[in-house]
Design a protein around this ligand. Structure first.
Ligand SMILES: Cc1cc2nc3c(=O)[nH]c(=O)nc-3n(C[C@H](O)[C@H](O)[C@H](O)COP(=O)(O)OP(=O)(O)OC[C@H]3O[C@@H](n4cnc5c(N)ncnc54)[C@H](O)[C@@H]3O)c2cc1C
Length: 1878
């Protein structure tokens, strides 16, 4: 009102606040009052009318003219508009020309200068009058602190306009004891005062020992470390009281020592200013040296020095005498500042930009006094550097700046301005750019992303509301100027609580009518009087605005940035996955994750269990609550905090959580099925035990969790389908990572998951899911949701099968939550959540309002994006819902079923107004009785949409007559799908029908899309896009236009009105640019265009052609589908062409921390690096050699993108081609992906190498990238989600068809599907060949094998890809003609496959039978002696390249025994020979002859490196004992059966270890029992088999049961039914390595088969005819039995114990040999040990042994390589001495190269990759526990049995064995088991 000045208002406000009085209606003390919920300003004015102090409409208010004096001697009458302006939260500027032009004004003082001036004057001598001091919180705390330190005295003059400072001449005192200097969040004050406090000298009067400065929670996170380090190094004593590097600080009063001060100034210039300001008061003159790299914000340092000069101290900056360059060294003399009598504080130059910009935009004149060319502030250059080039006349004197704007609408765009020196002013420049003619590019402002909000993003988003287009750049933005007349009026600008956003948009508001700024108070930070000054000094009227709705929280913009960044708290039962989800969420949000347990451990230096043990539960709970308090205060932003499950046990902690969830941030309850929790907790033991049942704890805590949380996240490990949980990974296609990212992105508001097509002028749709149980439809959701923007869950139609009454109309919240969670696992589409009541056309009871509300509340908690709320619900409840909804949106709906509501009547208007008040989206549904009703509806819609700030409006008519309204409706039209059980409402159409209708009525004209380039005839793009158009029912076409250059045909095509867009490929990607109007930032960065998009020009002048590039999106999509952006630590790009550019751009966008680039031609790589000056790229000279980090560790990449043609690459050493070494895949610690951009061959060398060497690496082919970039292209052209599944199926099928027909000349893909199972069953070898595990050379050479191999590769691809998004085979065809053609195809393909299989079979058998020539023994080579021929040894032999070694195998068995199938031999299912493979069959196929000796090793001498062995066969020759030397010995002798010394076991039990054991088992006892005259009890004894050991071997022996079931009945009918099997196990359960589910399953299967399982039972003795057992209750029982089968465990062999005895100190583990990470035997040289004979952390399994064997083969290959290089080095070193001249130089080069290669040979440690556990449990059932993603898939049953069989079949080492085993299985099935025995 221009009555009390700004200073007075500021002081008064602070005073009221200090007395805890509210100063706005938003103050929580008012806003939280229940009656305030519906209080509006108008309502308040109404209430004031009746106050007797007022006279009706005339409101009387006491006004102050200054503090202490009233404006009038009575209360002044104040206009309603003025009161409303003050009370409203939002403000609007009345657009027009400033009436006070030419304006002359002073803007508020600069904050930086104010703070410096306060310190200088306080430390100075004499009195100084500070004029124009900024009155803000910052200056206030600075003054308070200086007073506290007794450093100065202050007085006010001129009604607070002038501050008089009486300087203290540097004399400072320690504040009184217990008095801390509190600085709030004032950063500048904290930094300046740290050094000021260091100046304090101890005085005897001081009671306190130290000065303590502290701040609020945020301040306690802000860094101060570099300053404290510099001061302590200089002799000050400063201690951190809490967190290292942050406030609070305790500073000893030692004074500043002076001399050399070294300070790191790369973080903040305020540290430098702090030292400079105080330096004159040090004991010695100070030399300040700035270290640590680039000094930041030099202008602020210069400002400090200039101000010090004004106060009498001159600082000298040193200069390099030789170069004349300024150095970062400053000399500050000792002295005392002399206060000038008056010091005028310069206006804030950033603030000055707003009035100057108003002059510029309105064509008026403005002069800002006290900002001129001599200004110390960078922003003072705004007028000259920005406004002048934009067409303003700028006059600048030393102290004043005047701007005269051009006539309105004639501002010119700035082609480019670097605003690095005036970053805060970029917002002002941006709004001017928005109305200038042309494009304004602003750079150098990257830091603005981390200010009060992300200012660049904020400007982009808010300008978009006006219709102004922008492009975000890495360090700035481009603004496409738009004529003022084209700008949208009535926009509400969200200010993000940022003063600069509000003031910048006020400038735009001067020319765009009805612009509203939603948070007007945010300007208080730097210009508290902004709105008044606009009015009074500039002459633009401002008004208060009340935002729509009873609470201002109804907005489409989501929560403010501060709220968005509030930390998330996770609660839930222990074992519910809080930490797991927390880590995923933190990685998705790029936040930090804190596990409260870990935090606890760090803080209390003990773990929780120990703490509870030592101090008891109540002490723990108290500590836990305190810690919670601390975490919530200390980590208020940017953290995901995962709390312990029991935190809710105390009321205090619950209160804290409730308070937090209500006011500050999300508290998310992680919900997991209690059964899963129980199972999980069964194995986890790091927390104290509950002491009560988990279920009881669960029941107690669940209500507390619900009460404390604001959100719920369902973390079901398994998917939910058919009303129960199932383990089906194909259903749960979307990874948990994606869902976590969606959920947390949405609830924090950082990436709200809203439908982009809700934007103005576009059509949006949702699909109504009308299922009683959605889960059966989950596999089809993708198909169902093609084209739509969201999915509607009709909660009222859900029927909970567990609800007792099947058709109860109210589903339970738990059921609904599970349904939503299940849906989330398959789609990221936003969900519209609807509980439609009967009266509104739904199925929910009208009288169950509470239940409806609680279900709607659930929607909010689950982060559902859109919630349909009927406006018939209580408005207070809806209002409350609005206040909690965060980024979710409310659809306020009204349905009229009667048909009475008329669209041109008053009723509908009333409903609209209510819905407008309550929702973000308005939905009104009527009923059409005639087509006219649709026209009336349209008129109503048009009228409502033309209102300012109109909200999205969904208006349709039900019934067939109303279908037209559904076609014309633009917002969220509900659609159906033919596959749905029913339509949600009469007249509902499908998405495709609506598109067709829109096309027919001319709303979607058909368009033509093209591919430009050559050669393009093989392109898959037409398939891709035409499939998409068809799937969406769009009338467009995609065609090829092949030209050699950009000719007239192309020019005519892109100019045609029906041109929809084009893809551009080689050779036009660069040349096309000239034909386009504009380029996207991506296209600019890559210097190439691959997509043309016609867009509307920003100035509305028509269509322009935008060049974009989606190549990078394809790469980004393929990477991010596998690795979260935050997890890319380093990435390698191979190649330096256009695609490499795209790869670099994509990786930079994914925040890859390091990018390596490799190209054979170095020069091109260097050029590419130059093209990305802002991205740090390391050039790599050698593939596989990685730069090292600071700690010396190499950083191998976890992402590789190769852009070179696959035909030019190889896995083997070949000089002509680019060689990929295995070291490329050195990274093994986590997820990794390699992409080969080549389309052909199907498996390129790079991908093949990955599959062969590194299991953690995923691979992606070029076709996948093509698809991904195609999806992006489609979405750019159509602004609609691409039907990815449909496209990828068709494109992959087409790709395979083409690959096959190119190779074989016919469509081979036809035979794919039918032959796959055939091949899998009968030819696992081929499968393995296809997986790259077979003899690749063989496959390469032979066309038939190649053919089959490629078929299987494709089969595998289809299999894998059906799990991922990118591909699945087309669905089977069902109708008649298709069926016939299917039969034809089947016939042909069966023929081809039978012939093919026969050919392959013949070839392989012949190859195996006729091994070729081998290299002879070579004395020059090293000798490897392998002991054993079991799993470990055979796997080694199989993989070992024998070229470089002589190999000797010594084993008492000259064969390999396939142990997993041994139990099948024991029961006669398989014949013994079927599972044996003679070792020579393998060794005869090696390159160099391998000596196989059938003998038992008796001694290994590790000192002399010899092995002594003995022939122990029955027939012995003259020599049967000998010793041979070795260079390397591979010790793989396995283990013996462990009997634990139990009496009788060794002698009387049958083992299950060797073939002889199995052979001796069969039939034992049965024939004896069948012996005539046997008495019944003896028969029972003989037929009782006791199996000891509940591991897989023992369990598999239970296959005996099959024998008894299947065969005994037939052949021994008299004994059938009398045989009994007991399985004895000492542990609490059988199969401890399997999951609980599978254990239960096995036990129940055994139960059904009548196999007794005796757990916790121990064998004490085995006697003839019985076994003595100790039962669980410790009682001893003698159990009669005919046989004891012992499968009890392993122990080391004697030879192993002897070997260990050589190294008693290191070899002391009784389980076996101790080995290191590289499998070297500890203590010995040259001995490697693998398999069961070792004691490692791995289980003694075939899997481990065979992986170890294969690993050793790779180790030997590396050792050989190194040995050969070393030999070469020696020979080169010898020849160099005799060489001369060029030859010498060449040899020197070779020596260097050999050395470098040697250094590259690295042997990586062994890494075990668990492939899962399998066991056969009898009755044609098996169980499997297989690793999947980050967890396990557990399955059991008949299907698993088939899997078990096929897995074992494919694992058998030779085709011969496979044929034999498959044959035995078939024979057994047909004829039963073989019962004969010797
Ligand atoms: C019945 C049964 C079923 C099994 N099922 C599975 C399963 O399903 N999955 C699984 O992963 N694991 C299974 N295993 C375990 C698996 O067989 C072993 O872990 C694996 O065999 C260990 O391999 P290895 O090379 O260390 O020893 P072995 O395979 O036992 O080989 C040791 C070799 O050393 C030879 N040898 C012994 N003494 C000497 C000597 N003094 N001098 C020279 N050579 C010697 C032996 O003749 C033999 O050739 C099963 C084991 C059994 C017994």
């Amino acid at each position: 009102m221009d009555i009390l000045n700004q200073v007075g208002v500021g002081r008064l406000t602070r005073c009221l606040k200090a007395y805890n009085l509210p100063v706005s209606m938003a103050d929580p003390r008012l806003a939280n009052l229940p009656s305030a919920k519906l209080l509006t300003v108008d309502r308040l004015l109404d209430i004031m009318k009746v106050d007797k102090k007022n006279s009706g409409n005339e409101k009387k208010i006491v006004l102050l003219s200054r503090i202490g004096d009233t404006y009038e001697q009575r209360a002044t009458v104040v206009a309603d508009a003025t009161i409303a302006k003050i009370l409203s939260d939002a403000a609007t500027v009345i657009s027009g020309v400033p009436i006070h032009s030419p304006v002359k004004m002073v803007t508020p003082g600069s904050k930086s200068i104010s703070n410096r001036a306060l310190v200088l004057a306080a430390l100075g001598r004499g009195t100084c009058r500070l004029k124009n001091l900024l009155h803000s919180d910052d200056t206030q705390v600075m003054m308070a602190a200086l007073l506290e330190l007794k450093g100065a005295q202050f007085e006010w003059e001129d009604a607070g306009e002038t501050l008089i400072v009486h300087g203290g001449e540097g004399s400072l005192s320690v504040p009184p004891k217990d008095k801390e200097i509190y600085l709030g969040n004032a950063g500048t004050a904290a930094r300046f005062l740290t050094t000021v406090c260091a100046l304090v000298q101890k005085s005897p009067k001081d009671e306190a020992e130290t000065t303590i400065i502290t701040g609020n929670a945020r301040m306690k996170q802000r860094p101060i470390g570099p300053l404290v380090t510099a001061l302590t190094a200089n002799g000050s004593k400063i201690a951190y009281m809490e967190t290292e590097g942050c406030l609070p600080l305790s500073i000893h009063p030692n004074g500043l020592q002076g001399g050399l001060v070294q300070l790191a100034a790369s973080i903040s210039s305020q540290y430098v200013s702090s030292v400079l300001l105080c330096a004159p008061y040090a004991a010695k003159p100070v030399t300040l040296e700035l270290i640590g790299g680039q000094v930041i914000s030099q202008p602020y340092i210069d400002m400090t020095i200039a101000m010090m000069k004004s106060f009498g101290i001159e600082v000298t900056r040193r200069v390099d005498k030789e170069t004349g360059k300024l150095l970062d060294i400053y000399d500050i003399p000792k002295g005392c500042y002399v206060n000038p009598p008056e010091y005028s504080i310069e206006s804030d130059a950033s603030s000055a930009t707003y009035p100057l910009a108003i002059a510029a935009i309105t064509g008026t004149t403005c002069t800002i006094q006290s900002i001129g060319s001599s200004s110390l502030q960078g922003d003072a250059r705004f007028a000259k550097d920005v406004l002048e080039p934009m067409g303003c006349i700028v006059t600048q004197t030393a102290t004043e700046t005047t701007v005269q704007g051009p006539p309105i609408g004639q501002l010119k765009a700035l082609p480019h301005v670097d605003m690095e020196v005036m970053t805060d002013a970029f917002l002002t420049a941006t709004v001017l750019g928005a109305v200038a003619s042309g494009t304004t590019k602003i750079t150098g402002i990257a830091n603005q992303r981390v200010k009060e909000c992300n200012r660049i993003r904020a400007m982009i988003d808010e300008l978009a509301k006006f219709g102004v287009a922008t492009n975000e750049l890495d360090d700035g933005l481009e603004v496409f100027g738009t004529p003022i007349s084209h700008l949208k009026q009535g926009v509400t600008v969200h200010c993000y609580d940022d003063h600069r956003v509000a003031m910048a948009f006020s400038v735009l508001a001067a020319v765009v009518p009805k612009t509203v700024m939603d948070e007007k108070r945010c300007v208080e930070k730097t210009w508290p009087n902004w709105w008044d000054d606009l009015n009074n000094k500039i002459g633009l009227d401002t008004q208060g605005v009340e935002l729509a709705g009873p609470t201002d929280s109804v907005s489409t913009t989501g929560p403010s940035s501060a709220k968005e960044a509030a930390s998330i708290v996770l609660i839930g039962m222990r074992g519910s996955g809080k930490t797991f989800i927390g880590e995923l969420a933190a990685s998705a949000l790029e936040w930090n994750c804190i596990d409260a347990d870990v935090y606890f451990e760090i803080k209390f230096k003990t773990d929780v269990r120990q703490f509870v043990h030592d101090n008891g539960w109540s002490a723990f709970r108290e500590a836990e609550t305190n810690l919670l308090k601390e975490l919530l205060t200390e980590k208020p932003y940017g953290h995901v905090i995962s709390l312990g499950g029991g935190v809710v046990e105390t009321p205090a902690a619950r209160d804290l959580l409730k308070e937090y969830s209500r006011k500050r941030g999300p508290v998310v309850h992680i919900v997991r099925n209690i059964d899963e929790v129980v199972e999980y907790l069964g194995i986890e033991g790091s927390r104290p035990a509950y002491g009560e049942s988990i279920t009881a704890v669960f029941e107690r805590r669940e209500p507390w969790f619900r009460e404390c949380c604001s959100h719920r996240f369902i973390n079901h490990v398994e998917a939910f389908a058919d009303g129960k949980f199932v383990i089906d990974p194909t259903v749960t296609k979307r990874g948990i990572r994606e869902e976590v990212s969606r959920f947390f992105g949405h609830i924090t508001g950082l990436t709200p998951n809203l439908a982009p097509n809700l934007a103005w002028g576009r059509h949006s749709y949702f699909l109504s899911l009308t299922y009683p149980d959605i889960t059966p439809a989950l596999p089809r959701i993708e198909e169902l949701s093609v084209g739509v923007d969201a999915l509607e869950v009709r909660v009222d139609l859900l029927r909970d099968p567990k609800a007792g009454k099947q058709d109860s109309p109210i589903p339970s919240p738990a059921y609904v939550a599970d349904q939503i969670a299940a849906l989330r696992r398959v789609t990221s589409l936003p969900i519209v959540y609807t509980v439609r009541t009967r009266s509104q056309g739904g199925a929910f009871p009208d009288d169950a309002q509470n239940e409806a509300c609680s279900l709607l509340d659930l929607a909010l908690r689950m982060g559902t994006e859109y919630i349909d709320v009927e406006i018939s619900l209580p408005h207070t409840w809806i209002t409350d819902m609005n206040s909690r909804k965060g980024c979710s949106q409310i659809i306020a709906s009204w349905h009229d079923w009667s048909g009475d509501m008329k669209w041109n009547g008053s009723d509908v208007q009333a409903k609209y107004d209510i819905a407008d008040q309550l929702g973000d989206i308005i939905k009104i549904v009527g009923k059409a009785n005639s087509i006219q009703d649709n026209f009336d509806l349209q008129q109503f819609v048009t009228r409502m949409n033309s209102r300012p700030n109109a909200k999205p409006f969904l208006a349709i008519n039900m019934g067939t007559e109303g279908q037209l309204s559904r076609v014309l409706n633009t917002t969220f039209t509900p659609v159906s799908h033919p596959l749905l059980p029913s339509r949600a409402a009469p007249g509902q159409l499908t998405f495709s029908q609506i598109q067709q209708a829109l096309h027919l009525i001319g709303q979607i004209p058909s368009k033509r899309f093209f591919l430009f380039g050559t050669p393009i005839s093989h392109s898959l793009s037409p398939t891709l896009h035409n499939t998409a158009f068809q799937a969406l029912g769009l009338p467009h076409t995609y065609e090829l236009l092949e030209t050699k250059e950009i000719d007239d045909r192309i020019r005519a095509t892109i100019a045609a009105p029906d041109f929809g867009g084009a893809s551009v490929t080689i050779p036009h990607k660069l040349d096309i640019i000239a034909a386009l109007d504009r380029l996207s930032p991506a296209a600019k960065a890559m210097g190439a265009v691959n997509t043309i998009v016609p867009v509307q020009s920003g100035d509305g002048s028509g269509r322009i052609l935008l060049g974009d590039n989606t190549d990078w999106l394809g790469i980004r999509g393929s990477i991010s589908a596998r690795i979260a952006p935050g997890l890319i630590h380093s990435a390698l790009v191979i190649g330096a062409g256009g695609t490499a550019r795209a790869a670099i751009y994509a990786l930079s966008n994914l925040h890859a921390r390091t990018i390596y680039l490799y190209n054979r031609t170095r020069g091109r790589a260097v050029e590419l690096i130059k093209a990305f000056p802002n991205i740090k790229i390391h050039l790599i000279d050698q593939l596989g050699e990685w730069p090292r980090d600071a700690s010396g560790d190499a950083l191998p990449p976890n992402v590789i993108v190769s852009t070179v043609p696959a035909s030019e690459t190889t896995m083997t050493n070949d000089d002509q081609k680019l060689h990929f070494p295995a070291e490329l895949y050195a990274y093994r610690d986590g997820p990794a992906i390699v992409i080969d951009m080549a389309y052909k061959p199907v498996e390129t060398p790079l991908l093949k190498l990955a599959k062969d060497t590194a299991q953690n690496w995923e691979t992606a082919q070029g076709v996948e990238v093509l698809l991904q970039q195609g999806y992006a292209q489609f979405e750019l052209w159509n602004q609609r989600r691409c039907p990815q599944g449909a496209i990828s199926r068709v494109v992959w099928a087409e790709y395979r068809r083409r690959v096959a027909s190119e190779r074989f000349g016919f469509n081979f893909s036809y035979i794919l599907s039918p032959t796959r199972p055939l091949l899998q069953l009968f030819c696992p070898f081929v499968m393995r060949l296809a997986r790259g595990q077979g003899s690749r050379a063989v496959v390469r050479k032979h066309p038939v094998l190649r053919l089959l191999s490629s078929t299987v590769v494709r089969a595998k691809e289809q299999q894998t890809s059906s799990n991922s998004d990118v591909s699945s085979p087309p669905p089977p065809l069902h109708n008649g003609s298709r069926w016939r053609s299917f039969l034809q195809i089947l016939g042909r393909t069966t023929l081809v496959s039978v012939l093919g299989s026969a050919g392959v079979f013949y070839y392989i058998t012949q190859k195996e039978r006729h091994p070729g020539q081998q290299l002879p023994h070579d004395p020059e080579k090293k000798t490897i002696v392998i002991l054993g021929s079991g799993w470990g040894a055979t796997s080694l032999l199989k993989t070992l390249d024998t070229t470089d070694y002589n190999v000797v195998v010594i084993s008492p068995k000259n064969y390999f025994l396939f142990t997993p199938l041994l139990p099948s031999v024991a029961v006669g299912t398989l014949s013994p020979k079927s599972i044996l493979q003679p070792t020579r069959y393998l060794t005869r196929h090696k390159k160099r002859a391998v000596t196989v000796i059938e003998a038992e090793a008796k001694e290994v001498d590790p000192i002399n490196k010899t092995v002594t062995f003995e022939d122990d066969s029955e027939i012995k020759g003259a020599v049967s004992h000998t010793t041979i030397p070795y260079d390397y010995c591979v010790y793989a002798v396995g283990a013996e059966v462990q009997t634990f010394g139990i009496p009788g076991v060794q002698e009387k039990a049958c083992f299950m270890k060797e073939l002889t054991d199995a052979e001796s088992l069969l039939g034992t006892g049965i024939e004896t029992a069948a012996f005539p005259g046997q008495n019944p009890s003896e028969i029972d004894r003989l037929l009782h088999i006791v199996v000891v050991g509940g591991g897989p071997t023992g369990v598999e022996v239970s296959e005996i049961h099959d024998f008894l079931e299947d065969d005994l009945k037939s052949w021994y009918p008299e004994l059938a039914g009398r045989v009994r099997i007991s399985l004895v196990e000492a542990l609490p359960s059988v199969l401890p390595m399997f999951s609980k589910q599978l254990i239960d399953y096995t036990e129940s299967t055994f139960k059904e088969s009548k196999i007794d399982v005796l757990t916790k039972t121990m064998v004490k003795e085995v006697k003839d005819g019985s076994v003595i057992l100790q039962m669980p209750d410790k009682s001893i029982t003698e159990v009669p039995c005919g046989m004891v089968v012992w499968a009890g465990g392993n122990k080391g062999r004697k030879i192993t114990q002897d070997l260990m005895a050589n190294f008693p100190e290191v070899q002391n583990n009784k389980r076996g040999l101790t080995v290191d990470d590289h499998l070297r035997m500890a203590g010995a040289d040259g001995i490697f040990a693998i398999g069961d004979c070792t004691s490692t952390s791995y289980a003694p399994t075939a899997q481990v042994a065979s992986q170890q064997g294969a690993y050793l083969a790779r180790v030997f290959a590396q050792l050989a390589k190194k040995g050969n290089l070393e030999k070469r080095l020696i020979s080169l070193s010898q020849t160099i001495s005799t060489a001369s001249g060029e030859e010498k130089a060449q040899i020197a080069n070779d020596i260097e190269s050999a050395k470098s290669q040697i250094s590259k040979v690295k042997i990586r440690p062994f890494h075990y990759s668990h492939q899962g556990s399998l066991a056969y449990i009898g009755s044609d059932k098996a169980i499997a526990d297989l690793p999947f993603a980050n967890g396990n898939i557990a399955s059991g049953g008949v299907a698993t049995y088939l899997f078990w069989r096929s897995a074992y079949l494919s694992t058998l080492f030779s085709l011969r064995n496979r044929v034999l085993v498959a044959n035995d299985w078939i024979i057994t099935k047909i004829f039963g088991r073989d019962l004969s025995r010797d």
